[in-house]
Design a protein around this ligand. Structure first.
Ligand SMILES: CC(=O)N[C@H]1[C@@H](OP(=O)(O)OP(=O)(O)OC[C@H]2O[C@@H](n3ccc(=O)[nH]c3=O)[C@H](O)[C@@H]2O)O[C@H](CO)[C@@H](O)[C@@H]1O
Length: 363
């Protein structure tokens, strides 16, 4: 069986694609998987390191206003459609899966026009523009929030599956992860990550907190995001990091870091939240304010209302508010346990199995 998978730009579109690829590979003998992404997207690094072949096409997203830049983007779209046509024609897939991001537009569209079975997976309650358009042409639409259903007009094609989580995260174990990172059982460990690109606002608030963590011997991994690392290190200045006190620009091994932690400070991307709830992690969530339809705030409030998280809006975020929230959770063993169990209740480890079943039923 030959499967073409496309999705990219940010981690929130790429990791679900990898989770689905892992599952198909695990279940189906003689499977050949090819990814399609762009050179610029995070997928150009992440997909090959996950062990999959990636072909790239030239395509860019549109801005909402009519600009000269948009004219160039239309020309790129034609090039993208042509690139996608060649890849689909040459690879001859039996199935094409899109997980969002503009790159999957031309690929999934071309396959649908050829009558190849096509599936899209939408991670958010408010679908992205590419998935909304593709929804009209594909064989099946997999959604992760019931609220997304109303944005697709062919109800019979829509199935609720939840967001898939990568197998290394599903299979991770806290004791092993702590051993790997050298964290003793009695030490507190905090992971801080502002989505796949990092968050400048979160970074800024974390600077005094990192100094406190160093003073109090709290173990932590802070992920700045690739483009913010140098500025962050400059602003932080000299600190004497000990044990598992790490600052990195990107985490390749998210499974170990997540699994080892007692508390996760994060933004409210749908895949990050799927991962922390599958592992039952308490969290302090800072939704990014500029996301489409403010969907990150919606995600964060949903976890907070179930007692799994504390949400702090970006407008209220500063070192003081964040530090208070951290002390409230880390300093109260009972609260930590309660939040852990509320978080686990929300998690959907079965999502990947539902997705697999839906794909196989369709074929
Ligand atoms: C600003 C914006 O519009 N962000 C969107 C984007 O977020 P973003 O790309 O940040 O996606 P998520 O937070 O949902 O997921 C990030 C993914 O990257 C992984 N990761 C992250 C950092 C790192 O160093 N290493 C690593 O492996 C995480 O484990 C996770 O698998 O896609 C999500 C899913 O469509 C949306 O809900 C978000 O709103």
């Amino acid at each position: 069986m030959r499967v073409l998978i496309s999705g990219g730009g940010t981690g929130g579109h790429i990791y679900p694609a990898i989770a689905i690829a892992n599952k198909l590979e695990e279940e189906i003998k003689d499977i050949e998987i090819l990814f399609v992404g762009t050179e610029k997207g995070l997928e150009s690094k992440v997909v090959p390191s996950a062990g999959y072949e990636l072909k790239t096409i030239t395509v860019e997203g549109f801005r909402r206003k009519i600009t000269f830049d948009n004219v160039k983007r239309v020309l790129k779209l034609f090039k993208g459609l042509e690139d996608a046509r060649k890849i689909v024609k040459q690879f001859k897939p039996d199935l094409v899966i899109g997980t969002g991001g503009y790159v999957c537009g031309p690929v999934v569209f071309n396959a649908a026009m050829r009558g190849i079975p096509t599936v899209i997976h939408e991670q958010n309650a408010f679908p992205g523009i590419t998935n909304k358009i593709l929804g009209k042409f594909v064989s099946k639409i997999l959604i992760s929030f019931e609220d997304a259903r109303k944005y697709f007009n062919n109800e019979s094609k829509v199935v609720f599956t939840g967001n898939p989580v990568r197998k290394e995260i599903l299979n991770s174990n806290k004791a092993n992860a702590r051993k790997k990172l050298g964290i003793p059982e009695d030490k507190k460990m905090v992971l801080c990550v502002g989505g796949s690109g990092g968050s400048e606002k979160l970074n800024r608030s974390m600077i005094p907190i990192i100094r406190d963590f160093v003073k109090d011997d709290i173990q932590f991994i802070h992920v700045t995001g690739r483009y913010h690392y140098e500025d962050f290190m400059k602003s932080l200045g000299e600190v004497n990091l000990r044990g598992c006190q790490k600052i990195v620009d990107y985490l390749d091994d998210m499974a170990t870091a997540l699994s080892a932690s007692d508390l996760v400070i994060c933004s409210a991307g749908a895949i990050t939240l799927a991962e922390i709830t599958v592992l039952g992690k308490p969290s302090i969530i800072i939704p990014k304010a500029y996301t489409a339809e403010n969907h990150q705030e919606y995600n964060a409030k949903s976890l907070e209302s179930k007692g799994a998280a504390i949400a702090i809006l970006e407008k209220d975020l500063n070192s003081g508010s964040l530090s208070n929230a951290i002390s409230k959770v880390l300093g109260d063993r009972k609260k930590l346990k309660e939040m852990e169990s509320n978080s686990r209740e929300i998690g959907m480890p079965q999502s990947i199995d539902i997705i697999y079943k839906e794909i196989i039923d369709m074929l």
